[in-house]
Design a protein around this ligand. Structure first.
Ligand code: S3P
Length: 450
């Protein structure tokens, strides 16, 4: 077990076979949009008012870092925040290291945003974040004139960044399928003179592009005939504070959603979930597996598509999930592997290499969790194949190592709600990094977690 906190602080929890889940699950605000709302607000001139902000460990770590960089952030009520920005290029060198806790998104986007401002900052985080590769972000930022000192070839934290003054626009081809890398480059481009051109082969989540436009940046996105797209941003940019409404997080909704599908007799409503097409790969896959998920009242909120999901217990069948879908469900594979365990037949999930560099090595953590609970599976290179045991066939009874990974914890707790024997996870404390209401919300639906 890797923990920053001492092992005595770890809180194990078991999930048991539960009665039908029923009710309304109001999941919290989207983590990606919450992080961007704070960061763009801190870079803008004037005031940004945010509603529906996710109040979680990751988001609070970013808020603290932005205060250290000179922005004013105030929580006015739960989910309602006021941010007074410095203007692009107005951040100052923080007096203390910036501690991002467990947050890859917060740290990587802030690295980009400071790369073209002549300040120095030290980035650090918990044991999980300190083991994650930062080279994928800082290496492409070198083109803007950034310099850094990190640990080893992966540029692990603690990492010192020296932003560049007088940066010029660059042309980059991003080959990593990562919205964080793309977003870091876009934020750096804000304070570089000229038009930065970023080509990305894989269509990753586009919240940064949409929100930068809403804050007044000169940004265009052009699809390429051969696949992928080119994003152009002209700097130096002036961003203007605005109102941001954060929709509910589909990646958090995934847990009550899959729980409702696998616990017999369940019916759960998930209102006002973000349905941005670059985030809906899990829903698409579950529908192919035969899931009864109805999407009602599709509408737009804060520039994003949202809708209400009505989910009934379903008989699932195994499917093949193409690698081309992975960016749109990258955080949902662990819980899909759980759904696949209760399906009839084989589910093949292709092209999961990015899972190895998440809050944990999620491919290894999922495989170990499946093994501990008697679910047959194979890993072939970067593909995971789960041999489904059907609705009543998952033995359970295992203890799962979460490796400081909130989504591994919530995924395997989901499994225990429908497996024959309870499933225990070794530590639930990290769930608060993305979904602090998880336990209360699931218990409110009838889940037995103890
Ligand atoms: C995120 C992008 C994804 C995702 C993460 C949030 C973002 O990471 O896994 O939870 O907000 O941009 P990658 O950029 O590493 O794919």
């Amino acid at each position: 077990m890797t923990h920053t906190q001492s092992p005595e602080d770890a809180r194990p929890l078991a999930a048991r076979k539960s009665p039908p889940l029923a009710g309304v699950a109001a999941v919290p605000g989207d983590k990606s949009i919450s992080q961007r709302a704070l960061i763009l607000g801190a870079l803008a001139e004037g005031e940004t008012r945010i509603s529906g902000l996710l109040e979680s460990g990751d988001v609070h770590s970013t808020a603290a870092a932005l205060r250290g960089l000179g922005a004013g952030l105030t929580q006015e009520a739960p989910g309602i925040w006021r941010v007074v920005g410095t203007g692009v290029g107005g951040w100052k060198s923080p007096a203390q290291p910036l501690d991002f806790g467990n947050s890859g998104t917060g740290s990587r986007l802030v690295m980009g945003a400071m790369a073209t401002t002549p300040i120095t900052a030290v980035f650090t985080g918990d044991a999980s974040l300190r083991s994650r590769p930062m080279a994928r972000v800082v290496e492409p930022l070198l083109a803007f004139g950034l310099t850094y000192e990190g640990q080893g070839p992966k540029a692990l934290m603690p990492l010192t960044l020296h932003g560049a003054g007088g940066a010029q626009a660059v042309e980059v081809h991003v080959k990593t399928a990562s919205a964080q890398v793309k977003s870091a480059l876009l934020l750096a481009a804000l304070n570089a003179a000229g038009t930065t051109r970023i080509r990305q082969d894989v269509l990753t989540r586009d919240h940064s592009e949409k929100m930068l436009k809403a804050f007044g940046a000169d940004i265009t996105v052009t699809p390429l005939a051969e696949g992928g797209e080119v994003i152009c941003l002209t700097g130096p940019a002036r961003l203007t504070g605005c109102a941001v409404e954060v929709p509910r997080d589909p990646s958090s909704a995934a847990f009550p959603l899959v729980a409702a599908l696998i616990v017999p007799g369940s019916r759960v409503e998930l209102p006002a979930i973000l349905l941005n097409p670059r985030r809906t790969g899990l829903i698409e896959t579950l529908l192919e597996m035969g899931a009864d998920i109805r999407i009602q009242n599709r509408r737009t909120s804060g520039g994003e598509e949202i809708g209400d999901l009505i989910v009934h217990h379903s008989r699932l069948k195994g499917v093949t999930v193409p690698a081309s879908r992975s960016a749109s469900m990258i955080d949902e594979y662990p819980v899909l592997a759980v759904a696949a365990s209760f399906a009839v037949g084989e589910t093949r999930m292709l092209g999961l290499e990015e899972l190895r560099v998440k809050e944990s090595d999620r491919l290894a953590a999922v495989a170990a969790g499946l093994a501990a609970n008697g679910v047959p599976h194979t890993i072939e290179k970067d593909d995971l194949i789960v041999h489904g045991l059907g609705p009543d066939g998952v033995p359970g009874g295992g203890t799962v190592a979460t490796h400081m990974d909130h989504r591994i914890a919530m995924s395997f707790l989901t499994m225990g709600l429908a497996s024959q024997k309870p499933v225990t996870v070794d530590d639930v404390t990290m769930i608060a990094t993305s979904f602090p209401e998880y336990m209360d919300l699931m218990k409110g639906l009838g889940a037995v977690l103890e």
